[in-house]
Design a protein around this ligand. Structure first.
Ligand SMILES: Cc1cc2nc3c(=O)[nH]c(=O)nc-3n(C[C@H](O)[C@H](O)[C@H](O)COP(=O)(O)O)c2cc1C
Length: 233
């Protein structure tokens, strides 16, 4: 299956065989090409053994992806945008994946990366059994009418996107052919929600890579209770 097809089938995986992903596949993963939302923001990522990180979750994978970035305007959205492409890719090659907001670096084993801040990690590995969904009906998500001013089918990929504690912090408005994206301000996990916004935008990009164009409008319409993230034309 392609990464695009995975948008309609993917599911966070929390049950793994424990067998490490082999060196050849790791090499293939390392050479996977991701498109940034903000090309000027420097990002670094590594695949590290699980003992280099800490997480209170009751399941584990032998390897995880740790993600660092320069900390600047849009950095968390950029991380979500980049690594949701990775999430879809990993699932398209038969691996299980879960974003790990609860994960922390183990300060004793992971050195600081100068000029970069740790953003988040992704757990991945061989899934136990089939974790994929059969159809969009299997997703527990808000309706299009709840997340946008118009029930626009173009937003379906964003609607199905994963988010921290399934918070789905996004709202979309239309102005001609432009779609404005907003993130709720009523959040107990604002940084995670910025990553979530990048994830939803990544689904829009993967669904229509040829036409996706992201920009920050100078005077976007205000949406009370929401922060403006950017626009898609
Ligand atoms: C930024 C982010 C952080 C997340 N952190 C965790 C986590 O720490 N532990 C966990 O079990 N799931 C985590 N998840 C997975 C979400 O709970 C999951 O995506 C959401 O409930 C929707 O379910 P689905 O991914 O199966 O569609 C995270 C997801 C995102 C996008």
């Amino acid at each position: 299956m392609t990464p695009h097809e995975m948008i309609y089938k993917r599911k966070s995986c929390r049950s793994f065989t424990g067998k490490p992903v082999d060196a050849e596949t790791i090499e293939q993963i390392m050479s996977f090409d991701m498109t940034p939302l903000y090309p000027d923001i420097k990002v670094r990522w590594d695949i590290v053994p699980r003992n280099q990180v800490r997480c209170i979750c009751p399941w584990t994978t032998p390897q995880v992806i740790t993600i660092y970035s320069e900390e600047c305007e849009g950095w968390l959205e950029n991380v979500g945008f980049l690594f949701q492409q990775m999430d879809l890719y990993l699932q398209s090659i038969g691996l299980g994946v879960c974003w790990l907001g609860m994960g922390k670096l183990n300060a004793k084993t992971v050195p600081d990366v100068p000029g970069m801040k740790f953003a988040i990690m992704l757990a991945f590995g061989h899934p136990k059994g089939n974790v994929l969904r059969h159809s969009p009906d299997d997703f527990r998500r808000k309706s299009l009418a709840q997340i946008a001013d118009q029930p626009d089918p173009k937003l379906e990929p964003a609607r199905l996107a994963p988010s921290s504690v399934n918070s789905q912090p996004w709202y979309f408005t239309h102005e001609g052919d432009t779609i404005h994206a907003y993130c709720t301000k009523a959040s107990i996990i604002p940084d995670m929600n910025r990553i979530d916004m990048g994830i939803a935008l990544a689904h829009m990009y993967v669904a229509e890579p040829e036409t996706f164009r992201f920009f920050r409008a100078e005077t976007p319409p205000e949406k009370p209770g929401y922060a403006y993230i950017g626009s898609i034309a």
